[in-house]
Design a protein around this ligand. Structure first.
Ligand code: NAP
Length: 301
């Protein structure tokens, strides 16, 4: 089976490349490519290039793991964010409608407004609060409009992605525990961390399961299990960091409110994803976020 992967240099992309199942021919792409690691260049802001890549390689799947992920910066460059997060999935979906291939579109909890106070189910309506969420919602809509009803477009939403490489909250907190006398972290935004390792496994499983008689729902939710505030995760990074010998001692973590720490983008205050149906469809076990975080930090150690 041939898979065209985007965002191969990102944190999810790297985990996906570490877990490529047997029998997969992977065409891995990143924004500028990298001959040393075999990455081909593909600019997701260039819809014509996205279409051309599908027509050239004729993959069985496009695994669209690349995205404009700078949540705050998206507020000041929404056009670029929309081109990457909305335009690329639309271009892939259109080309795949012609070639007969499938699309796995990775999406986000930030398509929800976070106001209901209970976990979001896959079929619930989108209502993003910020530019990043709006552009990711536009990507979902494009997949549904172009490939909906054909079982050829699958949306996999995830949340708070963290891995042993790249730019993410866990690695930032590890650094701040080392560098600072104390850290202030938001306590009033609740969601669930997701490790790139478990997320990559879910993506590969989705591709495998689609070809079985049970197939897949059109929208999947995948995060690690449990719930946490950013404050909880920061405290856990300190504790686990000491346990694993990555830190001599944790910095004290002070809980902050969103009002005390304003950022350009408004974020959902409660964006847990209800994952039980997806875990069942993918036949994958739940791993508590703290165990997944431990494994992530073990990979850093
Ligand atoms: N990170 C999270 O907390 C989170 C939460 C929920 C959902 N997600 C979703 O999960 C997926 C994977 O995210 P991630 O955490 O792995 O993000 P990431 O580490 O930021 O990786 C995204 C990759 O996309 C690439 N990219 C951005 N613009 C591009 C362009 N114009 N052309 C080609 N490549 C481009 C980035 O390259 P550059 O580094 O060169 O920009 C980066 O390598 C995304 O769909 C994201 O929306 C992420």
């Amino acid at each position: 089976m041939k898979i065209l992967l985007t965002g191969a240099a990102g944190q999810l992309g790297q985990a996906l490349r570490q877990q490529v199942p047997e029998g997969i021919e992977l065409i891995a792409t990143s924004r500028s490519g990298d001959p040393a690691t075999g990455l081909l260049p593909l600019d997701l802001a260039d819809a014509a290039a996205c279409r051309a890549a599908v027509l050239e390689h004729r993959p069985d799947w496009v695994l669209n793991g690349g995205a404009y992920t700078a949540v705050d910066r998206a507020e000041s460059e929404p056009e670029l964010a929309l081109a990457v997060n909305g335009g690329a999935p639309r271009a892939f979906a259109g080309a795949l409608a012609d070639t007969g291939g499938r699309l796995l579109q990775v999406s986000t909890d930030f398509v929800f407004n976070g106001q209901q106070g209970s976990p979001y189910r896959p079929e619930q309506s989108r209502d993003p609060l910020g530019a990043y969420g709006r552009t990711k919602a536009a990507g979902e809509e494009a997949v549904e409009q172009v490939l909906g009803g054909s079982s050829r477009g699958v949306i996999l939403r995830t949340s708070w992605v963290m891995g042993p490489v790249g730019k993410n909250f866990a690695l930032t907190m590890l650094r701040l525990h080392r560098e600072r006398d104390q850290i202030g972290v938001l306590e009033d935004q609740v969601g669930c961390p997701t490790s790139t390792a478990t997320l990559a496994a879910a993506c590969w499983r989705a591709i495998a399961v689609m070809d079985t008689p049970s197939g897949l729902p059109a929208v999947l939710h995948w995060s690690d299990a449990g719930a946490a505030s950013w404050y909880d995760v920061a405290v856990a990074v300190g504790e686990l960091g000491v346990e694993l010998g990555l830190l001599q001692q944790p910095a004290p973590v002070n809980p902050l409110t969103t009002a005390e720490y304003p950022l350009p983008a408004q974020r959902p205050s409660y964006s847990l994803l209800e994952c039980s149906a997806s875990r069942q469809a993918l036949d994958l076990p739940a791993l508590h976020w703290r165990q997944a975080l431990r494994q992530l930090l073990e990979a850093v150690a």
